[in-house]
Design a protein. Sequence first.
Lengths: 823, 553
Amino acid sequence: MDRINFYQLLELPINPPENDAQVITEAIKRKQMAWSRLRNHPTKGIQARHYISLLPEIQKVMADSELRKQEAEAALEDLKKRLETIFKAVDRHIDLIGSKGDISSQEIDNIAARHDIKPQMVQKRVARWQKRRGSPAVLQIQHQLINGKLSDQELDKIAEQNGIEAAIARKIHQQLLDQRQAELDDFINIQVRKGYMTQAEISGLAAVLPFDEGEILRRIRCPIKKAAKKEETQAYQMDSTVEQVIIENLKIVGHDSLYSFLGLFPGTSLEALQNKAVEKENEIRKISQKDAVLTASGVLVGQCISIFKSDESRYAYDLSRARLLLKKLNADIDLAATSKNIPREQYNFLMRQAIRFGALPEEAHNHIREYCQSKGLNISLPKKKINYKRYFLVAAVVLLIISIGGGSFWFIYYRQQRIEYEYLNMLAEASRQKTLEGQLGRIEKYIKQQQDQEYIERAQKDIDGLYKRIEFRDLKKMQKEKDAFEATQEYEKIATSIRGFMTKHPQSAHNPKLKKALDQLPELIDKRDFKRVLDIPPKNYAAVATALSNYQSEHPKGRHIKEVDQIAKRIAKPYYQQLVRELKTCEKDQQWDQCIALSAPYIGLFKDSRYAVRLKKRRDGYERSRQGQEIMVALRTKAGGPDAEPAVLAQAYRTYLAQNPYSPARDIIKTELGSLEAELDRQNVQAELKRLRRLLPQTKGRFREKAQETVLDTKTGLTWSMIDSGLDKRECMTFDEATQYVSRLKTGGHTDWRMPTVKELQAFYSGSNPFKTKSARWYWSADKIRRYSGEWVILVDVVAPSNHGNVKKRVADECGWARAVRR
Amino acid sequence: MSEAIKTIFGIDLGTTYSSIAYVDEYGKPVIIPNAENQRITPSVVFFDGSEIVVGDVAKESAKLYPNEVVSFIKRSMGEAYFVYEYDAKQYRPEEISSYILRKVAQDAEQTIGEKVKDVVITCPAYFGINEREATRKAGEIAGFNVRQIINEPTAAAIAYGTVQETENRVVLVYDLGGGTFDITMIDIQESSIDVICTGGDHNLGGKDWDDRIVAYLVQEFQRQTRSEEDILEDPDTWQDLQLSAEKSKKILSQRDKTPISITHGGERVKVELSRDKFLEITADLVERTIALTNDMLKEAKAKGYERFDEIILVGGSTRMPQVAERIQQEFTVESRMFDPDESVAKGAAIYGWKLSLNDGLITRIAEKTNRNPEEEDIIETTPKQIMDEVAKEMSEETGVTLSAVKQSTMSIRDVASKSFGVVARRPNDEEGVFNLIRKNTTVPMEIRRTFYTPEANQERVLIRIMENETGDKVVPVEHSIEIGTAVLDLPAGLPEDSPVEITFNLDREGCLHITALETSANRIVQANIETSSVIQGKELEDAIARAQHLVVH
C-alpha cells in the first residue's frame, strides 16, 4: 500500500485492532480538528492539508469492517518491517562498536537505548555477531588491513603468532580483500551515475581501502575529472532553510532528491534539468486536484527552477545532499565515542560506512572531523595518510615547470599518465556501448584525436580485434538465417543474406565458400518452382495457371520450361470452359471483382491466345461495370446511405450525370434515376391528393371528388383533373405539348379531356380555392390567335390563378402548364 | 446624493487583510476606516468566550491564545473537511469569514451612518465554483444581500480604468495578495473592460514568504542553541514567530536587514535577517509567479493578444522590492504599483455604484416603455433617444453627472478561470471529462451539448460536473475535481444511445447553472449542483441563526 496506514495515522491500537465505531469516529474527529488547526502551519501545513484531503477515504475505510480489517493487517505488517529495519541498524552499530575488538555491556546498553529496544535483544544480536566475526587471526588481519595490504612476511608472522598455517592466513587475507573490493565496486557503481569520478575521490578511496590508486583506477569504467571546478565552487553553501523546505516537501511527494523528483539522474545536464522542471510545472498546473502532494510538487518545481539555473547553485544543492547523508553518521559517532576517543578501526569503519551511503571520501572525512570537534572527541587517524590536494599540487608543479621552460621528467611523467588515463577512460566508455559498432566508433574517434603513436597502435589493435568479433557475429547470424530459410525453401532470402554479409566483409576468408553457395541457388529455385506446379491437383486450373505463369516469368530459360508449356497447352481448353461457367454465376450476382479475379490467371498465362482475347473483352466489361457500381455506391453513401431521401439521391445522380456525361455508370444511373423520379412523382402526386382531399370538405360543397383524381365544380358543372401537368409530368410544356398531353389523358377512366377556355379557368379559380398551387404559375387556355410581329406567331391566352385569374397572352412556344377539363 | 440611488458597498475579503469601500456623493470611491481608524482590517478572528473579535486585537491575541485565533481562513474556502472547533461547536470557513465581513460592515455603518445591506464581494479570479459559492454564502450568513461576486483583478482594473484617463490599453494585473496570486490580462477601453485571460495559484501569497522566514528562524534557533527541537510544536512560539516574520518581511521591504528575537522555552535567541538572505530563501516563490505569468501570456497569445502596454501591481505583497525588480527583468515593460491595499475594494464599490445606477436606469426605462424590468436585454434594445431622455432625467433627479450615468452601462466582461465539463465515455470506452465551457472564454456563456446513454433501458443518468484547469476539450478524470453531481431520471424503455442534452450556463459572477434534457420525453432536470464543499442545509441555517445573536468586535 503506497499511502500511510490509517491505523497508524489515527494512532489507534493495532494488536488487537481497535474496532469500536465510537472510538474510531472520535479519533477521526480529533485528528480532523488537529489537522485543521495545522492547516496554515509554516512547515507542517502542507502535510496537514494532505491528511485533511485523506479524510473521505479514512472515513470510508474505517467504517467498512472488511476494509478496516485489511487496514489493521497492513498496519501489523508495517510494524514487522519497521522492526526488521531497526535490527539492521542495530547490527550495523554492533559492527561499528565491535570493530575495535570487543563490545562491553555498557555499550550494549547504549545501543539498546539508541534504538529504544531491550538490551536482551541487542545481546542476542551481539552473540550472532561473535559467531560471525571469526577467529583472532581474522581480527588481526582486519586491523592491519586499515593500513594497506599485508605482505607475505606479515601474514607469515600472524600465522605463527596464532598458530595457524601460513596458507590459511593468506586465504583469510584474500577473503577480506575481496570483501573490500566489493565495497569499492558498490561505491563506483553509485558514482558512475553522475557520469564521471574525480581524482580526489580516488585518492580518498585509496586512503580508506587497502588498494592503491592504480588498482582503483582499473576498476573504474567512467571518465575521470580533475574537478577543478569543484574547487572553485567549494565555498558555495546552500541555505539550510531552503534545504529544509526541500526535504520536507520531498518527504510528502515520496522522493529523496530533486533529481529523482524530476525523474532524472544526478549527472543530467543543467539544460535538461531546467526543461524537465518547466515541463513538470506545466503538468502540475493542469491538474485541478490541488492536494498536498501537488502543492508540495509545486514548491519543489519552484526550487528546481531556481536551483538548476546555474552550475553554482546546483553544486550547492549536490553538496547539501551529501551533507545530509553524512548526518546519518552522527548517531554512529555518538555511539562509538564511549571514551572521548574514536579509535582508528572505528574511524575506518565510519568512513567506509559513509562511502556506502555514496558520500564522497573527502566530504566524509571533513564531516567526521568537524562533528568530532564539536563534540570534543579525538580521532585516531590511520597511518595511511590522506592527501586530497596532492593531485592539484602535482598539476600546479607541472604547470610551474612548463612555464619556466623545463620540459623535464615531470612533464613527461605527467603527460604519460594523462595519456594512459585517457586511453583507459576511452576503453571504459567504449565497453559501455551497447553494440560492437558503437565500441568501434568510440575507438576510431579516439584514434582521430590521438597523436601519440604508441597509443594509436594500441587502439588500432583493439579495433582489429573488434572487426574480427563483428565478422564472426555477422557470419553466425547469416548462417542461422540460412538454415532457417533452407527449411522453408526461401532461397531468395538466403541470397540476400549472403550478399549482405559479403558486401559488409569483402575481405572475409569465408567469401569464396559463400560465393559457391550463392551460385547454387538459382537451380534450387528452378526446381522448387517446377515442383510447385506439379504439386497442385491438375483440375485446380486457376492455381496451376498461376504457378505456370510464375515459372515462365521467373525462369524463361528454365530447365523445365518445355514441360511447363506442354502443361499449359493441355489445360487451355478445359480451363476456359470451366471459367466461362464460373463467370456466369458471378455475372448473375453482379460480383464484378470476383469475375475479374477469376479471369486474371487465364489471361496472365495465355496472353494473346484466342480464348484469352475473348476473356480480355469480357474483363474490360467487368471493369466498367465495377466502376459503375463503385460510383453508384459512392453516390448513395454521399446522399445518406441506404436510408437516403429519394429526392436527395436523385439530385446527387443528376449532378453527377451533368458533371460526368461519359461516365461508365451513365446507363445504370439513368435507369436508377428514371425509377427514382417516377417514385418521386408518385409521392408528390399522392401528397397533393392527400392535401386536396383534406381541404375539399372546407369548400362548402363546391368541389366534390368524383371518379379517381377528378373533381366536380358544382358551381359550373365542369369536371377537372385534380392533378395538373406540372405535378403529373414535373416539367412545363409548350402549348402544342400541353394540348397533346390533355387529349391523351385517361384520368378517372375518361378519354374526353380537353384544354379549358379562359372563362372556364377563371371560374374554376374564383373564390377560396385549394387548387391554387405552387406547381404552376399560369395555365394554357384553349383560346388562341395568330398574329404577325416580324413572323407569324400563335398567341395563347393564359390564366394565372394566384393573380385573381388575370389573363395574359403568351407565345405558344413558351413553357407552361395545363389543367384538363371535361364536361 | 438623492435617495433614488441605493448604496452598494464593495468589500475586499482578503486572506490577511479586508477592507470596505463605497462611492461618495462626488462619485469618488472611498475606503471606510474601521473602528480602530485603520483603512484595512486584519482577517483574523478571535473566539473570546461568547464574543467574536476581529482585526488587530484578534491578531495580537494570537500570541496569547493561539488555539482560539483563526487566521488565513480564506485559504480554506470551499474545503469540505476543514472544521474549526471552539467550545464544542464546529465552524466552517464560510461562517468564520462571515465574521470578518460583519466586522468591516459594522464599523463602516458607524462611520458613515448608513446601513450596509447590498454588497459586492471580491474573490481571486482563480477561485473555482466551490470557493465562489462559499464566498457568497459567507456574505449571506453575515446578513447581506450579495449583489455580485467579482474577481479581484477585475475590480482593480475598474478602479484603475476610472482614474486612468488615457486611451485604450491592455494591462497586466499582477495581484500578489496575502494568500493568493492572480495574473490577469485586461483590455481597458472607453466603454468596456474586457478580461482576456487569467491564471494564478490560490495557494501562493505573502504568507508563503512569511513561512520561509519562520522556517529560517527555527533553523537559527536550533543552530544557536545546538538543539534539534521543533519549536513550532509549541503553538505560542509558532504564532509569535508568524507575527515576527510578517513584521520583518515588511521591514526588509525598506531596509537591508532586521533584528529578530526568538523566545522559546525560556531561551532567547537573537537573529539578524538580511535582505540578501531573505531573497535567497524565497527566490523560488517569485519564480513561480513569473512562470505562472508566462503561462498566462502564452494563452493570451493564442487569443490574439501578443503584447501589453503596462503591468500594474496590486496586493500588499507587491511592496516587496524584489517582485517589481524580477518583473522588470523578465518583461522589460515598466510596472507600476497601483494602490496595492485599496484598489480592489474601491473597484468593487465602483462596480456596486454602477449596478445601482443601472438598476435606476432600468426601472425608468421599464416605466417609460411599458416593459418588464426583468427582461435581460432591456438596455440594449431601447432606442437611443429614450436612453438619452432617461439618463438625463436620472441625472437631474439624483444629482449624478450625466456622463457618470451613461458610463454605468459600460460593459465589463470577465472570463472563466477554469474549464467545466461532464464525465462521459470516449469512443475507446475510457472515461474522460468533456469540457463544455473552456477556460478563458468570456462569461456569461451558455453552451449545449448532446450526450448519449450507453445502455438500453437505463433508468437514470448521473451527471458528474467537473472543474479543471486546462483548455483542452477532453481531460482525464483524475486531472479534474468533481464540483457536484445531478441525476436525470429517464422514462422506461429508452433504447441505447438515447440523446441527453446538457446545458451549462456560466453567469457573470462565475456561478454555474446546469440543465439536462432527455429529448425523447422532453424531461428537464434543473440540476442544482449538490456539493459538500460549501456550507448548506441545516448547517447553513444554524450558522445564520447563530450570526443573528452574535456580536462582533
